[in-house]
Each structure stands twice: as structure tokens, then as C-alpha cells.
Design a protein around this ligand. Sequence first.
Ligand SMILES: Cc1cc2nc3c(=O)[nH]c(=O)nc-3n(C[C@H](O)[C@H](O)[C@H](O)COP(=O)(O)O)c2cc1C
Length: 148
Amino acid sequence: MAKAIVIYETTYGSTETMAKAIVAGLKEAGVDVELKKVLSTEVEDFKDMDAVVLGCPTYHHDMIGTMKTFLFKMKKADLKGKVGAVFGSYGWSGESVEMLSDTMKHIFGMEMIEPGLKLKGTEVLTGEKECKEFGKKIAMSIKEGRGK
Ligand SMILES: Cc1cc2nc3c(=O)[nH]c(=O)nc-3n(C[C@H](O)[C@H](O)[C@H](O)COP(=O)(O)O)c2cc1C
């Protein structure tokens, strides 16, 4: 069974809502998924994963500090060639999503699904379908053998 891990950070819960719907989409597409917050994720959690999905909102045109620090921990895992995807809630600029995607592509050598999924905080409650579809897109990418 294909395996994915979804790791996120949030302050007010919008990115968490997105994370849960993406997980639901992955599960509906037959992927075994783990959902974790950044601070409870360890390097060992990446073992045997076919895809890694990161979620982070944008504050002050930047990602949340805990996610930034986490990327140095994540660098210790061998993620080269694995499928990667990013999502996040935002207000008006939403830089976190591209920032994370860039690091996953250029530093970790992952096969990124681009563009990542960005939803305004005001759109999250009506965005469940879009998040589920994004989850299914990730599942499709794994099944097509991207990241192998
Ligand atoms: C103090 C503060 C700064 C923010 N800065 C930005 C920003 O620079 N760019 C942006 O797109 N949204 C910004 N936002 C909006 C948040 O990204 C938005 O509310 C998002 O839905 C929060 O996601 P979360 O509930 O997962 O934490 C800011 C919000 C606050 C409260």
C-alpha cells in the first residue's frame, strides 16, 4: 500500500482544516496516511514514505518558525526522488507555500506537485472538496510511479 505523511503547522486552525481534508482525499484514493504536527515529527517518521506533504500558513510574508526549523531536521531524511506537495492557508500573499516547495525541490531533491494548494482563511470552510481533490492528485502521482 502506498504511504504518505502530512505534516503541518497552524496558529488559528485553517491549515489544520486543510490538512484533515487532504488526508481524507488521500485515504479515499487508497493511500495509507499519517497526519502529524511539526513538533511531534521525527526523522524516523519519513521511513518508507512514498510522499511527504507539508502545510504551513503565511505570517509576515514568511512561514511559521517551527516549520522553518523543522526543515533542518527534515534534511537528515533521504527524500531524494520522493513525491512532495505543499499547502497552506493565507490572507493576501501566501509566500509559505512556494518557499516550502522550493526547499523540497532544490535541497531535498523531491518530485514536487506544483503548484501547491493555497486557500484564503475565508475560503477554508468551503474548500473541503478542493483539498480532497489535492489529496487525490498526490495519490495519483504516487501511483503513477513519480518518486520511484
Ligand atoms: C499577525 C498576522 C500576520 C499575517 N501575515 C500574513 C502575510 O504576510 N501574508 C498572508 O498572506 N497572510 C498573512 N496573515 C493571514 C494568515 O495567513 C491567515 O489568517 C491564515 O488563514 C492563518 O492560517 P492558520 O489558521 O492555519 O494559522 C497574517 C495574519 C496575522 C494574524
